[in-house]
Design a protein around this ligand. Structure first.
Ligand code: CO8
Length: 259
């Protein structure tokens, strides 16, 4: 397996795990880390042995944001010409296999935005989420002003983006940012168990389910429902749809052809 400077990768069964690994900078998301992450995600996407990905950090920080020290000297020309953020960062939201964020400690700025690009977030009880960019004289730039209100509503999103305050795991669960909270020492076990469960399903069904839920954030309701209906119809072309329904009727476990 490839080794990287800023991340660690491993597989457990059918689960691909990416761990952000810049402990001295609380996993601040520097350009080199984003490149490493892109390569690792591409490799897991292409690996037929991987059915779900877990993205995590350390016990202290999922990621404390974009790397401020790397960013601070950039000019408008630099960020405009590089299309800073778009290139590389969007990869997490473009992965077609499911991706679970396992968040402990700080998920701030670009770290919170990266967690939101995953399909859902499992939080350790010490997790803290925030968009503190306003305290740096700037604003979220990797989707924070758009994804956060969709997930937690305008009032909470404005509160976080305008004050720059952090919210703890309990508040994040109450407002729907995270799917569940688990004790810190159980975080990876829980995230891997969820990912293993997902990876045990038919991969094409899983991929279209993800695509359909994501449509809810892109389209008006009637258009989304139509997309869902057509996609549901399309699943009738899957070998695994035939197998899944036959297995139910035969009272046996489905033997998926495509995982
Ligand atoms: N960038 C660079 N270095 C960082 C960052 C960061 N975001 N966060 C922490 N570090 C470094 C610190 O400078 C420190 O380094 P050193 O030991 O060399 O001084 C080390 O990590 C440890 O940090 P602290 O000593 O500050 O640790 P504390 O436990 O005292 O505090 C905090 C932890 C509260 C998380 C604090 O470090 C902090 O406030 N960090 C900055 C949080 C922040 O403002 N994040 C938003 C960044 S802006 C952003 O994300 C914009 C997103 C747009 C997309 C970006 C595309 C690239």
């Amino acid at each position: 397996m490839t080794t990287y400077e800023n991340i660690q990768v491993e597989t457990k069964g059918r689960v691909g795990i990416v761990r952000l690994n810049r402990p001295k900078a609380l996993n601040a998301l520097c350009a080199a880390l984003i490149v490493d992450l892109g390569h690792a995600l591409d490799a897991f996407e292409a690996d037929p042995g991987v059915g779900c990905i877990v993205l995590t950090g350390s016990d202290k920080a999922f990621a404390a944001g974009a790397d401020i020290k790397e960013m601070k000297e950039k000019s408008y020309q630099d960020v405009f010409l590089q299309d800073f953020i778009t290139v590389g960062w969007e990869k997490v939201s473009q992965v077609r296999k499911p991706i679970v964020a396992a968040v402990a400690g700080y998920a701030l700025g670009g770290g919170c935005e990266m967690a939101m690009m995953c399909d859902f977030i499992i939080a350790a009880d010490n997790a803290r989420f925030g968009q503190p960019e306003i305290t740096l004289g700037t604003i979220p730039g990797a989707g924070g002003t758009q994804r956060l209100p969709r997930f937690i509503g305008k009032a909470k999103a404005m509160d976080l983006v305008l004050t720059g305050r952090m919210m703890d795991a309990a508040e994040a669960e109450r407002c729907g940012l995270v799917s569940r909270i688990v004790p810190l020492d159980k975080l990876m076990d829980e995230a891997i168990a969820a990912a293993e469960k997902i990876a045990s399903m038919s991969l094409p069904a899983t991929m279209v389910a993800k695509e359909a839920v994501n449509q809810a954030f892109e389209t008006p309701l009637a258009t989304g429902i139509r997309f869902e209906r057509r996609t549901f119809h399309a699943t009738f072309a899957f070998d695994d749809r035939v197998e899944g329904m036959n297995a139910f009727a035969d009272k046996r476990k489905a033997a998926w052809k495509h995982r």
